[in-house]
Design a protein around this ligand. Structure first.
Ligand SMILES: NC(=O)c1ccc[n+]([C@@H]2O[C@H](COP(=O)([O-])OP(=O)(O)OC[C@H]3O[C@@H](n4cnc5c(N)ncnc54)[C@H](OP(=O)(O)O)[C@@H]3O)[C@@H](O)[C@H]2O)c1
Length: 252
């Protein structure tokens, strides 16, 4: 049976990687409509084209408060309700403490935590009773990794947010949970996105894969399946919780 039959879902950062795979999975599970957001009109248009006629896109930079507010308003013109919100848009800019600039620190926090927080605020008026919000965090919320201090803290904040918002949204029966992926092969692993050079990227990839007991990066579909679990009634008795999907990276 289709787990998301008739549901309306929003995926922030849905044009790429885990977000795009989750949008595909939502549609495969029968969602009526999936609305993705991202920064770049062309990337959004291409993704919507691939997702098909039940998809729509909104350009919104979640590091920009005005853009987040506008996203909420535009969303209201596309749908009169939302059942599932996957808060996925994120960046991972790594730097050791002594080289961390205020701009890099703020970028991690502004997109990953503040952007997530206010994206939820913007979508909340449209969310229906019984809805599900899923936050994309990271194993970096739980483990120490050189250079990942700002990123890890921004993601740890989301684990906390899942608990606090679950308590706050209890009267509306909206559940908030977190999924914390280990390393997953996505466009995030590029020199530009990680803020490292080619050699560092190769070393980082080998090092990180070596930290995973399963010995490999995860596939986006392995994360998307977990997002579907939290988005659907399969997880109806789970709130304020977290699933670490990491090939055993922090759990073994
Ligand atoms: N890949 C991993 O190993 C891994 C592990 C743990 C957690 N995660 C988390 O998973 C999420 C998705 O990452 P991914 O690996 O799928 O990487 P990705 O392919 O780079 O996807 C990131 C998405 O977020 C969007 N985004 C970034 N900054 C944004 C902003 N300011 N406003 C709106 N959208 C923005 C990107 O849009 P653009 O295309 O415009 O950049 C893209 O759609 C992130 O939150 C990341 O921290 C990833």
């Amino acid at each position: 049976m289709s787990k998301l039959q008739g549901k309306v879902a929003v995926v922030t950062g849905g044009n790429s990687g885990i977000g795009f795979a989750s949008a595909q999975a939502f549609l495969a599970e029968g969602a009526d409509k999936v609305i993705i957001t991202g920064r770049d009109q062309r990337a959004i248009d291409e993704a919507v084209e691939l997702l098909g006629s039940r998809a729509a896109g909104i350009v919104a930079n979640v590091a920009d408060m005005a853009a987040i507010r506008q996203m909420g308003e535009t969303l209201g013109t596309l749908t009169d309700h939302v059942d599932v919100l996957f808060v996925n848009a994120g960046v991972a800019t790594f730097a050791p403490l002594e080289h961390m600039t205020e701009a890099t620190f703020d970028h991690n926090m502004d997109v990953n935590f503040k952007g997530a927080f206010f994206s939820i605020q913007a979508v909340l008026p449209l969310m229906r009773e019984g809805g599900s919000i899923v936050l994309n965090t990271s194993v970096n919320a739980h483990m120490g990794m050189a250079g990942a201090s700002a990123y890890g803290a921004s993601k740890a904040a989301l684990v906390s947010l899942a608990r606090n918002l679950s308590a706050e949204l209890l009267p509306r029966k909206i559940r908030v949970n977190a999924v914390s992926p280990g390393p997953v092969g996505t466009p995030l692993f590029t020199t530009a996105k990680l803020g490292v050079d080619e050699e560092q990227l190769t070393q980082m990839g080998q090092h990180i894969a070596g930290l995973v007991p399963l010995g490999r990066f995860g596939h986006v579909d392995e994360i998307a399946r977990t997002i579907v679990f939290f988005a659907s009634d399969d997880s109806s008795f789970i709130l304020g919780s977290e699933l670490i999907v990491d090939g055993g990276m922090v759990t073994l």
